[in-house]
Design a protein around this ligand. Sequence first.
Ligand code: PHE
Length: 344
Amino acid sequence: MDMQEQLRKIQEDAKQQIEKITDKAGLDALRLKMLGKKGDLTLLLRSMGQVPAEERPKVGQMINVVREHLTAQMDELDAKIKKMEQEKKLARESIDVTEPREHTAIGCVHPVSLVQDQLCKVFTGMGFDVVEGPEVELDLFNFELLNLPKNHPARDAQDTFYIEDNIVLRTHTSPVQARTMLSRKPPIRIVCPGRVYRADEVDATHSPVFHQMEGLVIDEDVTMADLKGTLDAFAKNLYGDDVTTRFRPSFFPFTEPSAEVDLTCVNCHGKGCRVCKGTGWIEVLGAGMVNPKVLDMCGIDSKKYSGFAFGVGLERIAMLRYGITDLRLFYEGDVRFLSQFRDD
Ligand code: PHE
């Protein structure tokens, strides 16, 4: 076979293969076979020694033309393959927006948070600000400024977790009252939701950590009637128009006079049932007129201003609202329990 014929054969060979190649690996193999160190064209060039000297320039040129031609063809194929691969990739990654999605679990709001949010809404609707305070609290705010001096017997009523001599885990949300009175001027209208701590044994109605919401109003001429009106509005908003409040005399060092506040039983609407133990009433709040001593200690002139305060347990409200009978359920994190509650 002379050189020309060999060249033609190589060209023919390459043409056939190029038609069949569909991927990069095939193309690379062909490049190697034609143009690599031991490739067909390379070997042909090496055998130029056998060609008579006068024909060498002509044959050399022919080989070069074929090489350029092949290179161009292979480059073209390379571009085509790249495009195809890109298209394949796009097709693979395209998203069918009409395809039904897999089931994903959606979280839900904890029932105590639901109640807290709703109470905040009711009170902000009445013009109250929501204020928060620290859970690790100074004795000063948790007790002293609330008229609970050291060795006051009422301190025993709240089994306190002490961090240090003068630092406690707050036993109620009332310290936020003291903090607010010291930092704001009347008129003051705030609610303070948050976690509180008491060294109680866990049972169906006790937990060492629970939630309260404190309310405080201070202005000129604030009376017990304002307290009653505010709590009535809160009760009706939460449980319906036929629910009202009943005040019973009580004692808190930081309020004078003080009251335990009952709501019409939300279960039987006052007729008497198991939930209210036949009385038609359920105790839910502590409240009273802010003790003038507390006002003065917190820098508010008790001759000019008066105020009322109340505190409510959020778990208690949630238990009544959702008919839950065991407090422990709130803290066990059982999704089957927690996912039942929705805002309505
Ligand atoms: N801080 C009281 C408690 O935790 C509740 C309360 C708040 C009572 C405000 C009166 C006024 O028991």
